[in-house]
Ligand binder design. Structure first.
Ligand code: HEM
Length: 416
């Protein structure tokens, strides 16, 4: 049995897995080392310099905004300027550098919506590239991650073109909602010459205070979400399933990066709330209260799937998502989604759902394989994917102020 771990140790361990240096308050903290920190302070400034970007194996905080942009940059130099401006602003925000008063005859350097002195808040900003960045505009096509393509329509999708794809995706995560909005405003101000909004979706969740194999986080269908997720504290797992490695058939600059899928999946919550509990549990394949698989009473137990599907139906979500058959372990993904609630639509139905986010080293082994198995699942009647896209998260920046995707820009500098 896994013993519950505190949120603080969980956060430290997760940051360590990401190789990030974490500062709590003003004290620098090297992951894995014990540091005497303010016990009142549970949150940190998370360094954005390292082998890979934060916001992936970093434990998910309470809030997220996923924002897709298109770029108005017309050539590679302008693209580099944008990726550099973004980098500089991300470092200022995530290090808690106070913005000065500025010159009153100019717009203020900070909007002050979070006050004057930046407070630590587990803020992470993760920047990803869409397939369209590799089109004719910047001459980058030959250097694209091999599997990156615009997200296709899946059979149950009702994608809204205005909420799909994008040249660039920014995922902002924080404990306080206002911090994410503050960061978005600052990032947009810093990049206004090159980026225009395409779509965005804010999300929220309760923190997971339990260790790997269990979760306290629930989605808007009322089920525990994240129980059987990848263990981000386990370095071999992280390397096997998340980061592109030098052995992969991928351009060199992508090593330490990862494929990101983001999907806005609306839940038909009124219909769900009128569905009997036994049916709900058969659709998901887990018990609602405990999160245990239908074959057990223990949330952390490995599900056992009976051939006839009498205990766990053949169409159950977890059974299709991870059948645990020989070879299916190739298809594990890191899910890091958030709930969303956008009020209601004109038909009087609540507009709620899952801001699904997952990361994987290979799109074809990861999301695409899992989604193909989920096509036709019993849950489909209750969900409607309405937007999102496929993106590639470049590796981390090794020096402050270095543009995102510096390796890509360097490669193309040398290209004929
Ligand atoms: C609104 C849509 C969705 C809902 C409400 C939902 C809900 C759930 C729930 C309740 C679980 C069981 C708890 C857990 O292990 O986390 C689960 C597991 C899982 N889901 Fe989903 N999910 C949705 C969409 C997706 C999508 C789009 C994918 C990937 C294509 C996916 C992949 C998985 C995987 C891989 C598992 C773990 C299965 C296992 O290893 O046992 N889910 N989901």
């Amino acid at each position: 049995m896994t013993s519950p771990i505190t949120r603080r140790s969980f956060l430290r361990a997760g940051a360590a897995a990401g190789g990030a240096v974490v500062a709590t308050g003003c004290a620098a903290e090297v992951p894995g080392e014990s540091v005497d920190t303010d016990p009142m302070s549970e949150v940190a400034f998370i360094s954005h310099i390292g082998a890979w970007q934060p916001g992936i194996v970093t434990p998910a905080p309470r809030h997220a905004i996923v924002v897709a942009f298109d770029t108005t940059a017309t050539d590679r130099d302008r693209l580099r300027e944008m990726l550099t401006a973004l980098s500089v602003e991300v470092d200022l925000l995530t290090s808690g550098t106070p913005a000065g008063p500025g010159d009153p005859l100019f717009p203020p350097p900070d909007n002050r919506i979070t006050g004057i002195t930046p407070e630590p808040d587990d803020l992470t900003v993760t920047v990803a590239l869409g397939a369209s960045i590799f089109d004719h505009r910047f001459g980058l096509a030959a250097h694209a991650p091999r599997q990156l393509a615009a997200m296709p329509m899946f059979p149950n999708d009702r994608s809204d073109p205005g909420r799909t794809h994008g040249d660039l995706l920014i995922q902002i995560c924080s404990q306080r909602e206002i911090v994410a909005h503050h960061s978005l405003r600052r990032l947009m101000l810093a990049t206004r010459g090159w980026l225009t909004l395409r779509w965005m979706q804010a999300g929220f969740q309760e923190l997971n205070t339990l260790g790997p194999g269990r979760t306290s986080t629930r989605n808007l269908l009322g089920f525990k979400d994240g129980t059987a997720n990848l263990d981000t504290h386990d370095s071999p797992t992280v390397h096997r399933y998340i980061w592109v490695s030098a052995d992969d058939d991928e351009p060199e600059w992508t090593v330490g990066g990862t494929y990101m899928v983001s999907r806005i999946i609306r839940n038909r919550v009124e219909f769900w709330d009128r569905t009997p509990l036994v049916t709900q549990e058969l659709i998901i394949g887990r018990k609602k209260e405990s999160g245990a698989p239908l074959s057990s009473d223990d949330e952390a137990a490995t599900p056992e799937f009976d051939d006839a599907g009498e205990v766990t139906p053949l169409s159950a979500h977890i059974r299709l998502a991870n059948p645990r058959t020989p070879g299916s372990e190739r298809n594990l993904i890191l899910r890091r989604g958030f709930n969303y609630a956008n009020g209601f639509s004109t038909d009087g139905q609540l507009d709620q759902g899952l801001l699904f986010v997952c990361f994987q080293r290979s799109l074809s082994d990861g999301f695409l394989a899992v989604q193909a198995r989920l096509d036709g699942e019993a849950l489909e009647e209750y969900i409607r994917p309405e937007g999102g896209g496929f993106f590639f998260v470049p590796p981390g920046r090794t020096v402050a102020g270095e543009p995102f995707a510096a390796g890509l820009l360097r490669t193309t500098d040398l290209a004929p």
